[in-house]
Design a protein around this ligand. Structure first.
Ligand code: ADP
Ligand code: ASP
Ligand code: MG
Length: 297
C-alpha cells in the first residue's frame, strides 16, 4: 500500500479536489490510503473561532462559522456531491454549531483541539464525495479511531504501538481491490476518546505514522510545489529543487523552516526505511523529491 497525503492547497477548492481525484485514480493499483489536510486557511479560521469563544464573543464565532459553512457548501455544490455526503458535512457543521452555542466562556485546551480538527473532517468528506462522483470506490475513515495520542492538547504525542495495531486491524482490510480509503491528517484521540491534534502542519506527521503502521511502500506528500527545495521558493527565487535527499537533510531543512514538510515526518519512517516522496498536485507529471536513507544527488 501507499499513503498519499494532500495538503491544504491540494484540497483548497473544487478544481484542486478534482485534480486530487485524478491523481488518486492513477494510483489504484498501489492500494492508496489518502490522508487530507483541511482546506487552505480553514484551520486558521477555526483557531480564530475558538479564540472568539474563549473571549466570550459568540457573535464573532458565529460569523466565522457561517463563512466556513458557506465555503464548504459552495465546494460541495460545485462538486455535485451525493446527498449522503452532503448530509455528513451538514451533520459535522451542526456539531460545531452546538459547540458555538453552548460553549462556556474562557479558554479550554480540549475544546480548542476539538474545534481545530473540524477542517480535516469536512475536507475528508468533500474528497470522499468527489471520489464517488469521479467513479472511484471509496471509504471514509475516522483517523481518531486509530491515531492514539497522549493528552498533550495542541501538540499531542502519538503512541505508535497502539496506532500500528489499530491501523492493521481497521484499515488494512479496507485497502486494495481498486478501493480508496480517505482519512484525516492532524487529528487523533486519547485512550478515553478525547479528540487531540498533532500540532500545526501535523498532517504530514499523520501520513508518516500511518505509513509506518501499515508498512507502506512509500509515503507521498502531495503539495503545491515541485518538491523539497534548497530554500523557501517564496523567499529565495533561485532556490534549487532537490531530486533526492536523505532523511537527515530533509529533517534539517524542515527544522530550519521548510514548511513543505513537518519536522517530525521522517521519524516513524527511518527505521523501516520507508521513503517519502514530495509531489506537486498541480504538476503530477513531475517526479518530485525522493527522501530516503541515501542521497543520490
Ligand atoms: P501543504 O498545505 O501542502 O501541507 P505547506 O504550505 O504546508 O503545504 O507547505 C508547502 C509550502 O512550503 C510551499 O508552498 C513553499 O512555499 C513552502 N516552503 C518553504 N520552504 C520550502 C522548501 N525548502 N522547499 C519547498 N517548499 C518550501
Ligand atoms: N490543517 C492543519 C494545519 O493547518 C494541519 C496541516 O495542514 O497539516 O496546521
Ligand atoms: Mg503542510
Amino acid at each position: 500500500m501507499i499513503v498519499m497525503k494532500f495538503g491544504g492547497t491540494s484540497v483548497g477548492d473544487a478544481t484542486a479536489i478534482r485534480r486530487l481525484v485524478a491523481v488518486v485514480g492513477q494510483a489504484l493499483d498501489s492500494a492508496p490510503l489518502v490522508v487530507v489536510s483541511a482546506m487552505a486557511r480553514v484551520t486558521n479560521a477555526l483557531l480564530a473561532l475558538d479564540g472568539a469563544l474563549a473571549a466570550g464573543d459568540t457573535a464573532a464565532a458565529t460569523t466565522l462559522l457561517r463563512a466556513l459553512r458557506d465555503r464548504h457548501a459552495a465546494v460541495a455544490n460545485e462538486l455535485r456531491l451525493s446527498d449522503a455526503v452532503q448530509a455528513a458535512v451538514r451533520e459535522s457543521f451542526h456539531q460545531l454549531e452546538d459547540i458555538v452555542r453552548d460553549a462556556p466562556h474562557g479558554s479550554d485546551a480540549r475544546r480548542r483541539d476539538l474545534v481545530a480538527g473540524f477542517g480535516e473532517l469536512w475536507s475528508s468528506w468533500l474528497v470522499v464525495g468527489a471520489c464517488e462522483t469521479g467513479g472511484l470506490l471509496v471509504d471514509w475513515f475516522d483517523a481518531r479511531s486509530v491515531i492514539r495520542t497522549d493528552e498533550h492538547f495542541g501538540s499531542a504525542i502519538p503512541e505508535e504501538a497502539v496506532i500500528r495495531a489499530a491501523s492493521a486491524a481497521a484499515i488494512t482490510p479496507k485497502l486494495g481491490s481498486g478501493r480508496v480509503v480517505v482519512t484525516q491528517g492532524f487529528i487523533g484521540a486519547t485512550a478515553a476518546g478525547v479528540p487531540t491534534t498533532l500540532g500545526r502542519g501535523g498532517s504530514d506527521f499523520s501520513a508518516a505514522l500511518l505509513g509506518a503502521a501499515l508498512d507502506a511502500e512509500r509515503v507521498e506528500i502531495w503539495t503545491d510545489v515541485d518538491g523539497l527545495m534548497s530554500a523557501d521558493p517564496r523567499v529565495v527565487p533561485g532556490a534549487r529543487l532537490l531530486t533526492h535527499a536523505t532523511y537527515d537533510e530533509a529533517a534539517e531543512l524542515a527544522a530550519f523552516g521548510a514548511k513543505v514538510l513537518h519536522p517530525a515526518t521522517q521519524l516513524p519512517l527511518v527505521e523501516a526505511g520507508i521513503p517519502i516522496v514530495i509531489r506537486n498536485t498541480f504538476a503530477p507529471e513531475k517526479p518530485g523529491t525522493w527522501i530516503g536513507a541515501e542521497s543520490l544527488d
